[in-house]
Design a protein around this ligand. Sequence first.
Ligand code: AMP
Length: 214
Amino acid sequence: MSNASFADLALSPRLQQTLSELGYATPTPIQAAAIPAILAGRDLLAGAQTGTGKTATFVLPLLELLMQQPQQASPRPIRALVLVPTRELAVQVFDSVERYGQGTGLASALVYGGVSIAAQVEALKAGVDLLIATPGRLLDHLRQGALRLGQLEFLVFDEADRMLDMGFMDEITALLKQIPADRQTLLFSATCDDNLFALCKVLLRDPALVEVAP
Ligand code: AMP
C-alpha cells in the first residue's frame, strides 16, 4: 500500500472535501502513482483492472485541470472526452464524474448507442465540459453536427483493450481526425498485446507508465 495522502496529490480543497465526505482516506496505488503525472500534463499509459480505483485516477485530475483553467466561452466547448467500450462502463464513469465533480460547477454528459439520440443532443446543447462516450454513437453525433471536438484538451481511453477487442479501431481512427493533436491523452488497459501497443504508439507522446497488480 502507498503511504501517500490525497493532500500530497495537490488536489484542490473542493475535491479534497468531496473525497473526505466519500470516506476515501488514502489514494490507491494507481492513484498515488498516476495522478501527479496527469496533473503535470503528461500522457499516461496505465495497466490497471477494475477495482484498483482506476476511474478516480483519471476523473479527479481531469476535474482539477478543468477547474484550474475555467472556460468562459458560451456555450462551453467539450474539453475532456472519456471513451469507453460499453454503455455499462459509460454509466459507471458518468456516475463517478457526477460524484467527484459535485460543487465544481463543471458539466458532464453521456452518449452511448441503443437509445434515442435526440435526448442526448438536447443535453449537449447546454454546454458540456466533460463528455463520456462509446465510439460508435459519438461518431453519429459528430456526423450529425450535434457536437464538436475541435477544442478538446484531454482524451481518455478507458478499457482500451476491450475497445479493440470489440472492433472499434475504425471508429477510433475516424474520431482522432476530429480531435486536436495537441492534447493530453490517458490510456487505461487491463491487458497489452501488439494491437494495443500499436494504438499507444499512435496516441501517446512520451507517456508516463504506471502498472498495478489487480
Ligand atoms: P474502479 O477501479 O474505478 O472501478 O473503483 C473501484 C471502487 O473503489 C469504486 O467503488 C470506488 O468508489 C472505490 N475507490 C476508488 N478510489 C478509492 C480510494 N482512494 N479510497 C476508497 N475507495 C476508493
